[in-house]
Design a protein around this ligand. Structure first.
Ligand code: 8YV
Length: 320
C-alpha cells in the first residue's frame, strides 16, 4: 500500500506526477471541509509536502497523529513549527544548496535594477519620453560598489562570489566570523550598514532575525544607500523602511520579500526608487525542478529506509 501524503500549497506538474506514482495524494487546497477530512483521514496521513511560504498549520501538526515526515519545498522553513515537530519525532527535510546560485542571481539582479534604474528607464521609453524630453539622469555603478551582506551562509557566500566579478568591496555580518573568508567581517550590523553603499539581506527568517534590519540599520545605510532583501519580509522592519524611503533617509530598495505576502504595502507602488518582485528568488524552471526533485526524493528515501537526503539541522538526532 502506498503511504498517504498531504500536499500543502503550489507544486509543479513534475512533482505532482512523481508524488502520484509513489504516494496516495491529498491536496489541502482541494479539500472543502478540513475538519471532515481530518476525521476521515487524519490517522492515515504519514507525510506532508509543503513550501517555505505555506508551512504547516499548527492544528495539522496536532491532529495528524501518524505524521512522520514533512518535506519542505524550499530552503527556509520558518513557516513550520520545528520545536513542535521535533517534540513529536516528526522529521523535517528541506532543499538547501540547489537554489544558492539562483537566489544569489536574484539579489544581484535587484541591486543592478535599482542602481541602474532599470524599471524607470524602461518606462521612460515606453511612455515616449526619450524623443520628447531627452536623456534620463545618470544612475549609479555597481562596479566597485561597497556591498555588505547580512547572513553569510551558503547563499550569502554565493552572492559574495558573484559580486567579486563586479570588483565590489565586500563585507558581511553574521553570528560569527568565517576565518576562511577573504571578505571583511563586522560583528556590528549598524557599523556595517554605515560603511557600505548597499546592504543585501539573506539571513534565515524566524524569531531570531525578526526586524534585525530596524530603523537604526536603515538610517545607517543613509540617503545614498540601497537595501536589497531576498531573505524573508520579517527580517526588515517594513514600516521603518517605508518611512525612510518616504523621507529620503534611505536612497533606494530592491525587495523580493514582504512582511505579509502576497500583500505589499501600496505606498511602495508609487516609488520610483524601489524595485519589487513577488518572491521569485528561486523561481526559475531549472532551479524549481531541482528543488522539486529533492522534495520528492527526500520523501521517497524516507519510506525506503527511514533516512532523508537533506534533513534540517534540528532533526539530525531523529535519524540514525
Ligand atoms: C520558495 C524560499 O519561494 O527556499 C525558500 O526558502 O523562500 C523559496 O525559494 C519557496 O519555498 C517555494 O515554494
Amino acid at each position: 500500500m502506498k503511504p498517504v501524503l498531504l500536499i500543502i500549497g503550489e507544486i509543479t506538474p513534475r512533482m505532482a506526477e512523481r508524488f502520484s506514482t509513489a504516494f496516495t495524494c491529498h491536496y489541502l487546497d482541494k479539500i472543502a471541509d478540513t475538519e471532515q477530512f481530518l476525521a476521515a483521514n487524519g490517522q492515515s496521513v504519514q507525510a506532508i509536502a509543503t513550501s517555505g511560504h505555506d508551512g504547516v498549520p499548527d492544528n495539522l501538526l496536532e491532529s495528524l497523529s501518524n505524521l512522520k515526515i514533512i518535506s519542505n519545498y524550499g530552503v527556509g522553513y520558518d513557516a513550520i513549527n520545528v520545536d513542535k515537530a521535533v517534540s513529536k519525532n516528526i522529521l523535517v527535510s528541506h532543499t538547501p544548496d540547489v537554489l544558492n546560485e539562483e537566489v544569489a542571481t536574484t539579489a544581484l539582479m535587484l541591486l543592478m535594477a535599482v542602481s541602474r534604474e532599470l524599471i524607470v528607464n524602461d518606462s521612460y521609453i515606453r511612455k515616449g519620453n526619450w524623443s520628447k524630453k531627452g536623456n534620463t539622469p545618470l544612475s549609479r555603478a555597481v562596479d566597485g560598489m561597497s556591498v555588505g551582506i547580512l547572513g553569510y551562509g551558503r547563499i550569502g557566500q554565493a552572492i559574495a562570489r558573484k559580486l567579486e566579478a563586479f570588483n565590489c568591496q565586500i563585507s558581511y555580518h553574521a553570528r560569527s566570523e568565517r576565518k576562511d573568508s577573504p571578505h571583511r567581517y563586522y560583528d556590528n550590523l549598524i557599523r556595517l550598514a554605515d560603511d557600505v553603499t548597499a546592504l543585501i539581506v539573506i539571513t534565515p527568517g524566524g524569531q531570531c532575525t525578526h526586524h534585525l534590519v530596524n530603523g537604526d540599520v536603515i538610517s545607517a545605510l543613509g540617503s545614498e544607500g540601497i537595501l536589497v532583501n531576498v531573505a524573508r519580509g520579517s527580517v526588515v522592519d517594513e514600516n521603518a523602511l517605508i518611512a525612510a524611503l518616504q523621507d529620503g533617509s534611505l536612497g533606494a530598495a530592491g525587495l523580493d520579500v514582504f512582511a505579509a505576502e502576497p500583500h505589499v504595502p501600496e505606498v511602495l507602488f508609487t516609488m520610483d526608487n524601489v524595485v519589487l518582485t513577488p518572491h521569485i528568488g528561486s523561481a526559475t524552471v531549472e532551479t524549481r525542478r531541482a528543488m522539486g526533485d529533492l522534495t520528492v526524493d527526500n520523501l521517497i528515501q524516507y519510506f525506503a529506509d527511514g533516512q532523508v537526503i537533506t534533513p534540517i539541522p534540528e532533526c539530525l538526532r531523529l535519524i540514525g
